[in-house]
Ligand binder design. Structure first.
Ligand SMILES: O=c1ccn([C@@H]2O[C@H](COP(=O)(O)OP(=O)(O)O[C@H]3O[C@H](CO)[C@@H](O)[C@H](O)[C@H]3O)[C@@H](O)[C@H]2O)c(=O)[nH]1
Ligand SMILES: O=C(O)[C@H](O)COP(=O)(O)O
Length: 320
C-alpha cells in the first residue's frame, strides 16, 4: 500500500503530454545543450528512412532541436544502413563501435554502442520499426529534460493497439509481453515503477551522464534493466513519463515474444539477486524448449549478458 501511495504522489507532478512541450518553447530552454537521437535498427529498411527523414525535416532543418541523428545498424541483412544514410542519419555498424571489445548481441548491445558513438548531452532512443512516428515523440521526450534540471530520465507512454494481419486495429491489444510479464514483475518486486504505463517501450530519453553510469543488459532485457537500475541510481523523482499519444510498430511472432519474455525474466532475476533479495542455490536455466505448429521442438537460448556502465570503461581505458 505504501508503494502505491508513493506512485500516486509521483504520478501527477511527473506526468505530461507531448503537447505540453512545443518545439519553439523548447528552443528557448535548450541553450547550449546538445541532443542526439539514437535509433537501433535490425532489418528495418521499410521504416527507418521515414523516421530519420521526419526528424531531419522537423527537428534539424525546420527547428534545430536535434544536433545528431545516429542509426546503429544491428547486423542488418537488408538495406537498413543505406536507407538511413539516404534519409540523413549518420550510420554506425554495431560491431564497429568499440571494436576492440568482444561483440555481444541484440538490442541492448545496439543501445550501448549507440551511447558510445553519439555525443549529445541528452540521448533520445527511438525504435526504428515505428509506424506511428512523429516529431512530437522526440520533442515530448526531451521537454522535461530541457526544462527541469532535476529530471534525469523520461519514458514514453502511449496507447498501443495490436494490428492484425488484415490491418484491423485492436485497441489496447498491443504490448503483450508488457502485460503478461513486465508489468506483473514490476508490481511484485519494484512497485515504485508501477506508474510507468509502458515499461518496455523503446522510446525514452536521459542525460548522458546518467546513462553512462548504469549497465546495459543485452538483447531485450535492456529496458527492464534500465528502469530498475535507474530507480536505484537516481530515484523515482528524477524520472518522468510523457504521453506521446499512439504507437504502432511491427509485431513479432508469439515464439519470438516468448524468447523476449525469457530474457526479461532473467534480467529481473539478476536484479533481484544483485539487490540481495533472492539467494539462488543455482542460477536459473537460460534455455527454452519451444514447440512449432507441427509439434516440433526447438531449444533456444534466452541468456542475456551485460555491458558495464560506459563511464567505468572510459575510466579503465584512461588508466591503462
Ligand atoms: O538485435 C536487435 C533487435 C532489435 N533491434 C531494434 O530494436 C528496436 C525494437 O526491437 P523490436 O524487435 O521491434 O522490439 P519489440 O517487439 O517492439 O519489443 C518491445 O519490447 C522490447 C523489450 O523491452 C523493447 O526492446 C522494444 O523497444 C519494444 O518495442 C527495433 O528498431 C529493432 O530493429 C536491434 O537493433 N537489434
Ligand atoms: O512491448 C511488448 O510487450 C512487446 O513488444 C510486444 O508488443 P506487441 O504485443 O505490441 O507486439
Amino acid at each position: 500500500m505504501r508503494a502505491l501511495a508513493r506512485v500516486q504522489e509521483w504520478y501527477g507532478p511527473h506526468s505530461s503530454t507531448a503537447a505540453e512541450w512545443p518545439v519553439d518553447a523548447l528552443m528557448m530552454a535548450k541553450g547550449d545543450t546538445t541532443v542526439s537521437v539514437v535509433l537501433p535498427a535490425r532489418d528495418e529498411e521499410n521504416t527507418v528512412g521515414d523516421i530519420v527523414a521526419a526528424i531531419r525535416r522537423d527537428l534539424v532543418e525546420r527547428t534545430p532541436l536535434v544536433n545528431e541523428i545516429l542509426v546503429v545498424d544491428s547486423n542488418s541483412t537488408d538495406a537498413t544502413a543505406q536507407r538511413a544514410r539516404e534519409a540523413g542519419a549518420r550510420v554506425v555498424a554495431q560491431g564497429e563501435v568499440l571494436s576492440h571489445l568482444p561483440p555481444l548481441t541484440g538490442k541492448g548491445e545496439a543501445l550501448w554502442k549507440g551511447l558510445a558513438a553519439s555525443k549529445g548531452d541528452i540521448v533520445v532512443y527511438i525504435d526504428a520499426d515505428l509506424r506511428s512516428f512523429g516529431a512530437h515523440y522526440v520533442s515530448g521526450l526531451v521537454g522535461p529534460l530541457l526544462v527541469d534540471a532535476d529530471t534525469q530520465f523520461v519514458k514514453a507512454t502511449y496507447e498501443r493497439p495490436y494490428i492484425g494481419s488484415d490491418g484491423a486495429a485492436q485497441q489496447g491489444g498491443g504490448g503483450r509481453v508488457t502485460e503478461l510479464v513486465a508489468r506483473p514483475l514490476l508490481n511484485m518486486f519494484w512497485p515504485e515503477l508501477a506508474g510507468f504505463a509502458q515499461p518496455l517501450g523503446g522510446e525514452y530519453a536521459a542525460r548522458r551522464e546518467v546513462l553512462e553510469r548504469v549497465p546495459f543488459v543485452t538483447e531485450y532485457g535492456v529496458e527492464f534493466g534500465l528502469l530498475v537500475d535507474l530507480l536505484q541510481l537516481i530515484g523515482l523523482d528524477a524520472m518522468a513519463q510523457v504521453d506521446l499519444g499512439h504507437r504502432t510498430h511491427t509485431h513479432q511472432s508469439i515464439p519470438a515474444l516468448g524468447r523476449m519474455a525469457g530474457q526479461i525474466m532473467l534480467t529481473a532475476w539478476s536484479r533481484l539477486e544483485r539487490q540481495g533479495r533472492v539467494l539462488a542455490s543455482e542460477p536459473p536455466a537460460h534455455t527454452l524448449l519451444q514447440f512449432g505448429l507441427e509439434g516440433q521442438a526447438d531449444l533456444v537460448d534466452v541468456a542475456v549478458a551485460e555491458r558495464p556502465p560506459l563511464a567505468s570503461l572510459v575510466l579503465e581505458e584512461d588508466l591503462a
